[in-house]
Write a protein that binds this ligand. Structure first.
Ligand SMILES: [Zn+2]
Length: 301
């Protein structure tokens, strides 16, 4: 396990322990928030399973084929657009019905398995219950729709936690996020890998500006001009900023801010509602939330 992601280590240990005790199932869910390295953990497990010595030695043929990105006994499935399609699942199942190329285990990794739809999940059930000999299935599950209980009940589960603030800062290095100033960035954007991506893309700077704009808007009771330029695509993230800013105000002032919670609830509801709409006048929606905040604030004081 790579040393730069120490929070994966206990989860990897848990898997090794299960293997040592002969309790390793053939269907595994790797679950956790976005940007915490779930894919990296899955890759590491694949290495353990396909390495000839079972340790991910890096030297054997299995390890070398994996490193080169074309081990014939590793299968990957990912969503096309918003969903993992039933046809892709059927193709995978028919591939898994064959035999091992290298004479060892075969491993299928289903990325973003939360995007299995009803039909593709159902198509997968039988294989999860009785996989062909030597086949392992790893379902990498991020935030979103929960998996069907019928899927979950057929799998073992490893949960990758959100790293601590110190681990995040350490991972990001010198140009990391100032979590001390506003600790909610991981809740808005995801774990260290998602944060790094946001920093590299200059997104964090833009969002910091929008957070400031929310603060000004809440104080003045009027929507800041910066917020009226937000497009539909970033609306969900921008509403998360507002949600966690309200939470941070609540937490700072404890029970004196209890009136704040109904406003937060409304922000969360608005976010879910916007998710299903298009062509909405965001300026009006944002302004309404600010009005709601002011109304509760006046009543609360
Ligand atoms: Zn090896």
């Amino acid at each position: 396990m790579k040393a730069d992601m120490p929070w994966l280590k206990p989860v990897a240990q848990q898997w090794l322990q299960q293997r040592k005790q002969g309790r390793l199932g053939h269907a595994l869910i790797v679950q956790g928030p976005s940007g915490v390295g779930k894919g990296r953990l899955a890759d590491w497990i694949v290495e353990q399973l396909l390495c000839e010595s079972g340790r991910g030695c890096g030297l054997c043929k299995g390890c070398q084929l994996l490193a080169a990105g074309h081990h014939p006994d590793r299968y990957d499935l990912a969503p096309e657009g918003q969903q993992i399609k039933v046809d892709s699942v059927r193709t995978l199942i028919s591939q898994l019905a064959g035999t091992s190329h290298q004479g060892g285990a075969r491993v299928a990794v289903l990325n973003q398995a939360q995007r299995l739809n009803q039909a593709s999940a159902n198509a997968l059930l039988k294989t999860l219950e009785e996989p062909p000999a030597g086949v392992y299935l790893i379902l990498v599950v991020g935030p979103g729709q929960p998996l069907l209980p019928t899927i979950v009940s057929r799998c073992q589960r490893l949960v990758v936690p959100m790293p601590t603030a110190e681990q995040i800062q350490h991972y990001l290095g010198a140009d990391g996020v100032p979590l001390a100033q506003w600790p909610y960035w991981p809740r808005v954007l995801g774990g260290p890998m998602a944060l790094k991506e946001a920093i590299d893309a200059g997104q964090l700077e833009r969002l910091s500006g929008l957070l400031e704009a929310w603060r000004r808007s809440l104080a003045a009771g009027l929507l800041d001009a910066k917020l009226s330029q937000v497009d539909g695509e970033s609306a969900a993230t921008v509403l998360k900023l507002l949600y966690f800013e309200l939470l941070s105000q609540c937490e700072e002032k404890s029970e004196r801010m209890a009136w704040c919670y109904p406003v937060m609830k409304q922000v969360a509801q608005t976010q879910r509602w916007l998710d299903r709409q298009s062509g909405i006048n965001l300026t009006a929606v944002f302004q309404q939330l600010i009005a709601e905040y002011r109304r509760h604030a006046l009543e609360g004081e």
